[in-house]
Design a protein around this ligand. Structure first.
Ligand code: SAM
Length: 286
């Protein structure tokens, strides 16, 4: 039987390989082939990733690449590429470089002039979105909100008028605080999807009004365990203006007088200038 063709390119490359979020069967055939063929795999936590490689029967060398050794580790990856070797990058779970340290490694390898090849697969945000049942066109991926409450609330406020669902990552340590702040800053009638432990035994995906989410988290200790993706529905349409006009008006009002902000927003969005003027006065007054 002929040997299967190499999954690697003829040019030394960095392969950004998605790994499962929890369910081992979510590894793709291509990911397995690439991981088994590269000279080294850069991983956030080598002990964690060794368990994945052992389960897949892959013996490629692991090297640690995390926030604290990033400079040196990326230097080593680039030297390997210069020596004609192929390297893969994986994170603890899901797609590297999405809300994890891999992003900076990818940027540096690209700057060094080497190809970066995505090997797509599981991604927590996309898995949650695919099961959330929001019908909007598009979404706004936020990732992790700031850890400190004042900065977190300010960040949520800046997202309030987004006309598409908002997607957040959150850890079990901060899930209750984060949900409380979302409910505090955003309109209580907005819906939230709480997706925890995706693809794992205790996977749970629930949807409810934002106003009910704190009580849901508090009603069972298990509800605050595990890994979370939160999705909050789009800004409710503001009568007579629309969410996009509301967003543009908010931005312009931070820089311009009421009249100019209303006029420009009307030009940009097509919403009624009078309605915008009235809303701008409300916003300035409040
Ligand atoms: N790059 C990865 C991705 O996009 O798939 C995510 C990396 S980020 C450091 C880790 C966060 O992803 C967790 O805190 C959680 O918010 C989310 N996450 C990872 N695995 C998850 C799972 N099984 N269920 C729900 N959320 C998960």
């Amino acid at each position: 039987m002929a040997a299967s063709p190499s999954p690697l390119s003829s040019t030394p490359s960095l392969y950004v390989v998605a790994t499962p979020l929890g369910n081992l069967q979510d590894i793709t055939l291509r990911a397995q082939a690439v991981l088994a063929s590269v000279e080294a795999i850069a991983a956030e936590d080598t002990r964690h990733s060794q368990r994945l490689l052992d389960a897949l029967g892959i013996r490629s060398r692991l090297l640690a690449l995390h926030e604290h050794n990033e400079q040196a580790a990326v230097g080593q990856v680039i030297r390997m590429l210069e020596a004609g070797q192929h390297v893969a990058l994986i994170s603890d779970a899901g797609t590297p470089a999405v809300s994890d340290p891999g992003a900076r490694a990818v940027a540096r390898v690209r700057e060094a002039g080497f190809p970066v090849v995505p090997v797509p697969g599981a991604c927590a945000a996309i898995a949650a979105l695919s099961a959330a049942g929001f019908v909007d066109n598009g979404f706004h991926f936020v990732g992790f909100l700031p850890a400190r409450q004042a900065a977190r609330k300010a960040a949520i406020e800046s997202l309030r008028a987004q006309a598409v669902p908002l997607v957040f990552y959150e850890s079990p340590h901060r899930i209750a605080e984060c949900v409380a702040d979302l409910a505090d800053v955003l309109e209580p009638q907005r819906e939230i999807v709480i997706a925890r432990e995706l693809t794992k035994i205790y996977e749970q995906i629930v949807r409810m009004p934002l106003a009910d989410a704190a009580a849901w988290l508090a009603e069972d200790a298990n509800h605050t365990r595990g890994e979370f993706v939160l999705i909050v529905s789009a800004a409710p349409a503001v009568e007579g203006i629309g969410a996009e006009a509301e967003r543009v008006l908010g931005l312009l009002l931070a820089e311009l007088p009421v009249k100019s902000a209303a006029r420009l927003t009307a030009e940009i969005t097509g919403a009624s200038r009078n309605a915008l003027y009235a809303r701008a006065l409300e916003l300035k007054g409040g």
